[in-house]
Design a protein. Structure first.
Length: 155
């Protein structure tokens, strides 16, 4: 996937809605493309996470495993497809974060990986851009909290 294709995909995802062309070019410069087969994990609960992921193609379940004494199981928090975003804490906190869920590919999937450290550096150096990204990250967290509550209602 060429840099212009990465830019096009980033621009079309809801997470980066209304991003400036200059910031789009900057972000695309530190993105990589990852490919996963069905059944593979983008990340696992308990791992350290530093990056954001935007789904280019495929279908990913965001799952949370629970172990409460004799009760064990997992719940699907959200089902994510093309253009959806996962991950984010490291960009907010400025440090690796223990992931609270797993992202499992339900079919072959391609994702754009945004390097969390580099994104945060850009946010710190450019206050208006940093504010823009904090707002976008807050919307992403709101989505996850709503999805988690929805998943808990099904338990």
């Amino acid at each position: 996937m060429a840099n212009n294709e990465i830019q096009s995909t980033l621009q079309s995802c809801g997470f980066l809605k209304n991003i400036s062309p200059a910031h789009l070019v900057t972000i695309a410069g530190f993105c990589t493309i990852d490919h996963y087969t069905a059944g593979a994990y983008v990340f696992r609960q308990g791992d350290f996470g530093e990056d954001l992921f935007i789904i280019v193609d495929g279908y990913v379940f965001l799952e949370r495993a629970m172990d409460i004494g004799s009760h064990k199981g997992s719940v699907v928090i959200d089902a994510l497809g093309k253009g959806r975003t996962l991950g984010c804490w490291s960009a907010l906190l400025g440090e690796p974060h223990v992931l609270m869920s797993s992202a499992s590919c339900q079919k072959d999937s391609t994702v754009i990986r945004l390097k969390g450290r580099q994104l945060r550096k850009c946010m710190e150096e450019d206050t208006p851009f940093g504010f823009f990204m904090l707002e976008r990250l807050c919307f992403l967290l709101r989505e996850r909290i709503q999805a988690a509550y929805g998943a808990m209602d099904k338990i």
